[in-house]
Write a protein that binds this ligand. Structure first.
Ligand SMILES: [Zn+2]
Length: 259
């Protein structure tokens, strides 16, 4: 019969095979070639893309474990100035001026979704062939509500949006560096830069971890996400209720090549 060492070797090979098959299955599902058409943006009523919950491979589980701590880090630099900023319910209208049919935009010019939200990872992971040269823009007009690093060293920016009277926060994680001139409280449009795609913090490669939640992160008046712990709990709760962040707000394709 097989020795103990041989058995370990066989088990390990089986696990490796399972992982590689899992990744292939995931690629087949996710890597549909799809060029974003602006007509499809901001269409809440469109059928949502199938969320990749059922495509969780061993690799995904590993990434999920790593990235689930994305939002748990201590805030190093949060200087709330939202009160002093004229918070725009008009943001939707401003966005409409530049492109009437759009309120929510994709955050990068070129990208491919490498991981859809699941219960342990309530965000979209987006890669780009441009790597750390890829500029990250806000997904909607808003005000920068946080610039901080988490406990793992991920560079993070959050943006507060008010769309049709509803508070939203978009969160951009793993940036390689921040854009020049950003500060907490700065109004930003979809044409502004927040930073550049990167792999800082718990990350297995250059990508953007993008989460969007319907609350005002770091706003003491919003108990749903007044701090990162509250945000994290609210994120999980909203996900279980069917709110998939960006996927709920716009049709998110498997890949796109324009913004
Ligand atoms: Zn992620």
């Amino acid at each position: 019969m097989y020795s103990f060492k041989q058995k370990i070797c066989i088990y390990f090979s089986i696990i490796l095979l399972a992982i590689s098959v899992g990744i292939n299955i995931k690629d087949i599902f996710i890597d549909d070639d799809y060029t974003i058409n602006y007509e499809y943006v901001n269409t809440k009523d469109m059928a949502q893309p199938r969320v990749a919950e059922k495509q969780v491979s061993e690799k995904n589980i590993f990434e999920t474990i790593l990235s689930s701590s994305d939002n748990l880090g201590a805030v190093e630099e949060v200087d709330m100035q939202l009160e002093s900023v004229d918070l725009p319910v008009t943001q939707g209208a401003e966005a409409a001026e530049t492109a009437p049919k759009q309120i929510w935009y994709l955050p990068t010019e070129v990208g491919r979704i490498s991981q859809y939200p699941n219960y342990g990872h309530v965000a979209y992971d987006i890669t780009s062939p441009r790597g750390t040269a890829e500029v990250i823009h806000p997904v909607a007009n808003g005000v920068i509500s946080g610039i901080y690093t988490d406990s793992a060293g991920a560079l993070i920016v959050t943006v507060h949006h008010v769309i049709n009277g509803v508070n939203y926060t978009s969160q951009y994680v793993h940036l390689s560096r921040y854009a020049e001139g950003i500060y907490t409280g700065k109004p930003v449009t979809i044409n502004d830069a927040l930073g550049y795609m990167g792999t800082t913090g718990y990350s297995t490669g250059v990508h953007l971890h993008l989460a969007v939640l319907d609350c005002a992160l770091f706003d003491p008046a919003d108990s749903k996400c007044s701090d990162l712990g509250a945000w994290y709990r609210y994120d999980k709760m909203r996900f279980s209720q069917g709110f998939y962040g960006l996927g709920y707000l716009m049709y998110v394709p498997g890949s796109w090549n324009s913004r």
